[in-house]
Design a protein around this ligand. Structure first.
Ligand code: FES
Length: 107
């Protein structure tokens, strides 16, 4: 699934995951970068706060939504890393349905 040939300044970019600089391979998705950097948790659930990770890695499940450069809800598995990219992972407060009108919410 991944072609990973180690990290060197020649084939890597620096991204920021929750404000921490991380050196990751340049030809990789954000979800892949989270995995190889040892930070597989993409978001936290609203009920228990447990960590969730990217699941399908092909753009189908939408379980990998992160904020990238202040754009909310980007698919980490479908977004290639870029130099200087800033990634924030939503906490449980972003996933709550407390303010959702069930009659307005879709299926
Ligand atoms: S991991 Fe399923 S859409 Fe990204």
């Amino acid at each position: 699934m991944f072609v990973y040939r180690g990290r060197s300044p020649d084939n890597c970019v620096t991204i920021y995951i929750d404000d921490s600089a991380v050196l990751v391979p340049a030809a990789m998705s954000v979800a892949g970068a989270l995995l190889v950097s040892g930070q597989p948790v993409v978001r936290r659930t609203p009920v228990t706060g447990s960590g969730r990770s990217a699941w399908c890695l092909m753009g189908s499940c939408f379980d990998c939504l992160v904020d990238i450069d202040d754009v909310k809800g980007c698919q980490a598995c479908a977004t290639p890393v870029q130099e200087g990219m800033r990634i924030s992972r939503p906490g449980p407060e972003r996933c709550t349905t407390d303010n959702v009108d069930p009659w307005e919410a879709g299926p």
